[in-house]
Design a protein around this ligand. Structure first.
Ligand SMILES: N[C@@H](CCC(=O)N[C@@H](CS)C(=O)NCC(=O)O)C(=O)O
Length: 218
């Protein structure tokens, strides 16, 4: 059984969504955010204190987009992963890495300096600058979504899950109002997927059952 440690609305939503799209059985363990402050025992499981943390047999992983790739290959084959022999293989990998290294990285600075830090440490200049940074990088998604329903390979893949999460986070931190028209339509399409809706429902159900309150959305 795969175990996924998750905080409401956090990056661990990527592997959660992937698990739902794959239809794999899993156990979802909810933690309050940030676990290093509110669930210190978690540091014994993942010394980084970050989520996601995924356990699958002997395998332990902490990178959300990497876990999606792993699940699709280890528990595939699945059309959610673009194969080495497909023309879109390079594009697929590029989107997979882009999702966290380029898109989510500036978002975390916005979140931290506009909401997570105590009032006296908040910094509007940092949050405004990195919101602009994020929206600038989002131009790649705007261009891709103008040409096709999905990011690569002309089908829904793990790249859409990995980057779709960045759009969910943007929505949660108040950046969706600045989406271009193609990104807005793409994000609306992704939210219509049954796999996405099952992942949201699983997150809510596990939070209620495990008595871990959802995080406030602005
Ligand atoms: N690159 C990692 C980043 C993991 C990460 O930083 N997760 C955040 C939540 S979205 C976290 O655990 N923050 C809590 C902390 O830094 O203590 C990934 O893609 O999973």
């Amino acid at each position: 059984m795969i175990t996924l440690y998750h905080c409401d609305a956090a990056r661990s939503f990527r592997p959660l969504w992937m698990l739902e799209e794959l239809g794999l059985p899993y156990e979802l363990k909810m933690l309050p955010f940030p676990p290093r402050v509110f669930a210190k025992e978690y540091l014994g499981i993942n010394p980084l204190g970050t989520i996601p943390f995924m356990v699958d047999g002997e395998t332990r992983m902490t990178e959300s987009s990497g876990i999606c790739h792993y699940l699709g290959t280890r528990h595939g084959p699945t059309p959610l992963v673009v194969g080495v022999d497909e023309p879109a293989y390079g594009a697929f990998l590029n989107w997979m890495y882009f999702s966290d290294a380029t898109l989510t990285f500036p978002q975390t600075l916005v979140l931290r300096y506009s909401q997570l830090e105590p009032e006296e440490r908040r910094n509007p200049q940092v949050s405004t600058d990195y919101a602009k940074w994020f929206l600038g990088r989002l131009r790649a998604v705007e261009a891709a979504a103008a040409k096709s329903e999905f990011l690569c390979a002309e089908r829904f893949t793990a790249a859409d899950i990995a980057n779709g999460y960045a759009l969910r986070l943007a929505d949660n931190i108040g950046l969706a109002k600045d989406f271009g028209p193609n990104v807005a339509a793409y994000w609306a399409r992704l939210q219509q997927r049954e796999g996405y809706q099952r992942a949201v429902a699983a997150e809510q159900k596990a939070g209620t059952e495990q008595n871990v309150a959802p995080r406030a959305r602005p």
